[in-house]
Design a protein around this ligand. Structure first.
Ligand code: COA
Length: 325
C-alpha cells in the first residue's frame, strides 16, 4: 500500500501585525464588533512584499526541516488566489527562489479550500508512483485584493503562507481519506478579482482597478457550517472511526462562530478544534497549513495521531481530509 505522508511543515508570515484597534483608526469599526462577530483580534499584513516572498520563506523552511535538498523536490503545488502574476504560477516562482530545478510546478485555485485540494492532487501523483515527494504550499496576500473601504470584508482577512512536504510511504499513514466538493452554481456568493474582457474591438469599459473581494457573509456562514458538519461526518463514517479517535480537528480559520456552530452540531467540544484565528484572521488557502505548522512547532502532533482537516471557501468549494501523523 503506497500512501503519502506529511514529513515537514513550515511557514512565511509577514512581521507586520495590524490589530483591530489599528483598523478602527482608519475605518468605522471596533475591536468589540470584530471580536464578537469573528473571534479575530489581529492579522499579519504584508509590508509591501508580494506572495512569492512568503511562499519562498515557507518553502526554504520546509525543505530544511525535511532534511532534503532543493534538487530532491519533485513536485511543487501552490494553492492561492493572489499569486504575483496571472502567469508565471506562484509554484514556478517558488521553484526559482529555492532552486528546485528538478520539480514540476503549478498552482491550484480553490480559494480557502485550496490547500486541501493541493494536498489531494499531490497525494494522487505520489500514490500513482509518478513522484516521490511534493511541496504543497497555501499562500495569500489578501490585503492586495480586499476593498479597504468595505469594513464588512476587509477586517476579516490576513496575509501569509505555509505548507508541507509530502513523501511516499509504504505503510498506511499520512493522507488516508478525503472528501472534496464544489458547488459552482453558488459562485457569486464569494468572488474576487473579476477581469473585464475589455479590448480594442468592444465597448466594454476598461478596468480601472482589480475587482475586490465581494461576499454574501450570511450565505457563506450557512454554507461553511453545513459543510464542516457533513464533511467531518462523512470522513468519520468512511473511516469507521468516531470523533473520539481524532486527536484534533483543524478547520479553516474564517470565523470562530462558524466553528462554534459546527462544534455544537457535531457534539464535538471546542477544545478538540485547533483555533488560531485570533492572531491571523482568515488567510484563505494559508490558514490550515499555518495552523498545522503552529501545532507541529508546539509539539502537539505525535506519530500515529489522527487529525481531520476541513476547509470551505470560494467556488464554492469544500474539503475534508483524514490524516495520520
Ligand atoms: N465594524 C462594525 N460594524 C460592521 C462591520 C465592522 N467591521 N462590518 C459590518 N458592520 C455592520 C453592518 O453595517 C451592519 O450594520 P446595520 O445593522 O446598521 O446595517 C451590522 O454590522 C451587521 O452586519 P452583518 O453583515 O449582518 O453582520 P453579521 O453578523 O452577518 O456578520 C460577518 C458579518 C461577515 C462577520 C459574517 O457574516 C461572517 O463571518 N460570514 C462568513 C464570512 C466568511 O467566513 N467568509 C470567508 C469564507 S472562506
Amino acid at each position: 500500500m503506497v500512501t503519502s505522508k506529511i514529513v515537514a511543515t513550515g511557514a512565511g508570515i509577514p512581521s507586520q501585525i495590524i490589530t483591530n484597534d489599528d483598523l478602527a483608526k482608519i475605518m468605522d469599526t471596533s475591536d468589540e464588533w470584530i471580536r464578537q462577530r469573528t473571534g479575530i483580534g489581529e492579522r499579519h499584513i504584508s509590508g509591501g512584499e508580494d506572495l512569492s516572498y512568503y511562499t519562498a520563506q515557507a518553502a526554504r523552511q520546509i525543505i530544511e526541516r525535511a532534511g532534503i535538498t532543493p534538487e530532491d523536490v519533485e513536485l511543487i503545488i501552490v494553492a492561492t488566489v493572489t499569486a504575483d502574476y496571472c502567469t508565471p504560477s506562484a509554484a514556478c516562482m517558488v521553484q526559482k527562489a529555492v532552486g528546485a530545478v528538478n520539480a514540476v510546478a503549478f498552482d491550484v485555485t480553490a480559494a480557502c479550500s485550496g490547500f486541501l485540494y493541493g494536498v489531494s492532487v499531490a497525494d494522487k501523483f505520489i500514490r500513482c508512483g509518478v513522484y516521490k515527494n511534493a511541496l504543497v504550499i497555501g499562500g495569500e496576500i489578501l490585503s492586495k485584493i480586499v476593498d479597504w473601504k468595505d469594513r464588512s470584508t476587509c477586517v476579516l482577512f490576513g496575509d501569509g503562507a505555509a505548507g508541507v512536504l509530502l513523501e511516499r510511504s509504504e505503510t498506511e499513514e499520512g493522507i488516508l481519506i478525503e472528501e472534496l466538493g464544489s458547488k459552482g452554481d453558488m459562485y457569486e456568493v464569494l468572488t474576487a478579482r473579476k477581469l473585464v474582457p475589455s479590448n480594442a474591438f468592444n465597448q466594454v469599459e476598461a478596468q480601472t482597478e482589480c475587482g475586490h473581494v465581494t461576499m454574501d457573509g450570511r450565505e457563506v456562514f450557512k454554507f461553511a457550517t453545513k459543510k464542516i458538519v457533513s464533511g467531518v461526518n462523512k470522513v468519520l463514517e468512511t473511516a469507521g472511526l468516531s470523533a473520539e479517535d481524532i486527536t484534533y480537528f483543524v478547520p479553516h480559520q474564517a470565523n470562530l462562530r462558524i466553528v462554534e456552530v459546527a462544534s455544537r452540531k457535531l457534539k464535538i467540544p471546542m477544545d478538540r478544534f485547533y483555533i488560531n484565528i485570533e492572531h491571523y484572521g482568515n488567510t484563505s488557502a494559508a490558514s490550515i497549513p499555518i495552523a498545522l505548522n503552529e501545532m507541529n512547532e508546539k509539539g502537539l502532533l505525535k506519530k500515529g495521531d489522527k487529525i481531520i482537516l476541513c476547509g470551505f471557501g470560494g467556488g464554492l468549494t469544500w474539503g475534508t481530509l483524514l490524516v495520520q501523523w
